[in-house]
Design a binder for this molecule. Structure first.
Ligand code: AHR
Length: 501
């Protein structure tokens, strides 16, 4: 198989937003309790945060954390999760049929995110919650002092305001399963009023409004159109959620082509946002927050027939190498649409459909999907380049045609380095030519290559890991590389005139 790519560092898509390397941390299963928070664990710090999880999240390069949900937020009162822990009450987490002991709340999340140098994207409850309650959370987090809620934050040991800037105004409010689900009109009006009041409290607030909850939602695109029309002036980002599944994608080729579906959905939502912009003669362009995305294989334990519990396993997937290729493909789509996708959150971070798994009281595991994320997050502070590609295609029943090779090429203006992300979804080697338009020299080639069904487990933690290989270091504008069949590759090239290390 032969493919070619041509780039020019002056022809850019946009700067890659650092916020696309975010992750969802929700109160569900073992995401928070027995995940990031496990006071009895040998690695726990004085806050009860597992240090091994912190180290892993840092290594993954997570830049922002969406919290506290997900479905959970639509039944959550943030006031239950602040103040002295001994006074906090156990409540029902109705979204997931769990008990919520409230040991971990807003202050703990701000502290935890700080440990990994990430920003918190806070979600407010538009289900059972009120507009006023949402505005009070902004006051609690961001108001300097002298008011009831800002003084509460200070009394809880947090003198400095948190300056939370990004707010999800609800979660998947179109879904019938969502607590307090609303019609598009009802949601748009409630969320608009919430954003209005939240912005009065803190003018720096930026709002992520709920788009319809999935590319295959029966409400897409009507929901999105209605929400945009009613609340346009308050919408900075429209949210997209997208999960792909081997079972629903029917066969392996369709599954590996999931990034095609993902890309089409993003492009359709962009078109929709721009059509409404035009219709309203607005100056403002709405950006996208893909604030839940991942591979999610539906599994036992999701059916809400489990006993009420805290920190028990729920929707845990053990990912294989095919999943890692799809995750890499989705990351490539996010990077290639960085002109409009400004926020991205893999869902989720720990244990629940997550790249990081933990054993209560025990070990930590990097899943196959950990590595593509950790490698893609290295293109922070780069620009994504427009690619002229010539790549072989194949037929897939789900999307008509798909490329064998997904690619993103980023350029870091400060270092003069190109980072090439190359995902070969074919079961045969790929001869690839990349024309950079200036003389470059390869620096490093990191890759993942395995059987599609290979997984990392606690018994065999390194079945699928990123490895480095020697790569030809010829100086030339046109570089030829060979990619293994079924492989994910990251190759760094440095412009010769940038001075070689
Ligand atoms: O990430 C798991 C769930 O998926 C989230 O709670 C919800 O928003 C989505 O449906």
């Amino acid at each position: 198989m032969k493919n070619s790519i041509k780039v020019d560092k002056n022809k850019t898509i946009d700067k890659v937003s650092n916020h696309i390397f975010g992750a969802l941390v929700e109160h569900v299963g073992r995401s928070v309790y027995n995940g990031i928070y496990e006071p009895g664990h040998v690695s726990a710090d004085k806050n009860g945060f597992r240090r091994d999880v912190i180290d892993c999240a840092k290594e993954m390069g997570v830049t922002c954390v969406r919290y506290p949900g997900g479905n959970f937020v639509s039944g959550y009162d943030w006031k239950d999760g602040i103040g002295p822990k001994e006074n906090r009450l156990t409540k029902l987490n109705l979204a997931w049929r769990e008990l919520e002991p409230n040991y971990f709340g807003t202050d703990e999340m701000i502290r935890w995110a700080d440990k990994i140098s990430a920003e918190v994207i806070m979600a407010v409850n538009m289900g059972t919650g009120t507009v006023n309650n949402a505005a009070e959370l902004v006051e609690y987090c961001n108001f300097a002092n002298g008011t009831f809620w800002s003084e509460k934050r200070i009394a809880n040991g947090n003198k400095d305001p948190y300056n939370v800037q990004y707010w999800c105004v609800g979660n998947e409010m179109d879904g019938g399963y969502q607590l307090g689900a609303l019609s598009a009109e009802e949601y748009a009006k409630k969320a608009r009023e919430a954003a209005k009041q939240m912005k009065i409290v803190d003018d720096n607030s930026q709002f992520i409004f709920c788009g319809s909850s999935s590319p295959v939602s029966p409400f897409f695109p009507d929901w999105d159109r209605t929400v945009l029309k009613i609340a346009y002036d308050y919408i900075d980002f429209l949210s997209i959620h997208a999960y792909y599944d081997y079972i629903s994608e029917r066969n392996i080729n369709d599954f590996l082509a999931s990034p095609v579906g993902f890309e089409r959905h993003i492009e359709n939502v962009v078109l929709l946002c721009d059509a409404i912009k035009e219709e309203l003669s607005s100056e403002k362009t709405v950006m996208l927050a893909v604030d839940e995305w991942n591979v999610w294989h539906t599994c036992v334990g999701e059916k809400h027939n489990h006993p009420w519990s805290v920190g028990e396993s729920l929707i845990e997937n053990n990912y294989d190498f095919a999943d890692a290729l799809v995750v890499a493909g989705m990351l490539s789509v996010l990077v290639n649409h960085c002109d409009r996708v400004k926020i991205g959150c893999i869902a989720q971070l720990v244990n629940v459909i997550a790249p990081i798994m933990t054993q209560p009281g025990g070990d930590i595991l990097k899943q196959t999907t950990f590595y593509p994320f950790a490698l893609f997050s290295k293109c922070k502070d780069s620009v994504a380049l427009i690619q002229e590609t010539d790549s072989d295609m194949y037929n897939v029943s789900a999307y008509g045609k798909s490329l064998y090779l997904y690619s993103s090429i980023c350029y870091n203006e400060t270092t003069g380095e190109y980072i090439c992300y190359l995902i070969n979804t074919a079961n045969e080697e790929c001869d690839l030519t990349i024309d950079f338009g200036e003389s470059v020299q390869a620096q490093k080639h990191v890759f993942l290559h395995a059987e599609l069904n290979d997984k990392n487990t606690f018994e065999n933690k390194e079945k699928v890991v990123a490895k480095e290989r020697n790569t030809a270091r010829t100086k030339s504008a046109v570089q030829c590389v060979v990619l293994d069949g079924y492989s994910f590759n990251v190759i760094w090239f440095r412009a010769c005139n940038a001075g070689l290390k």
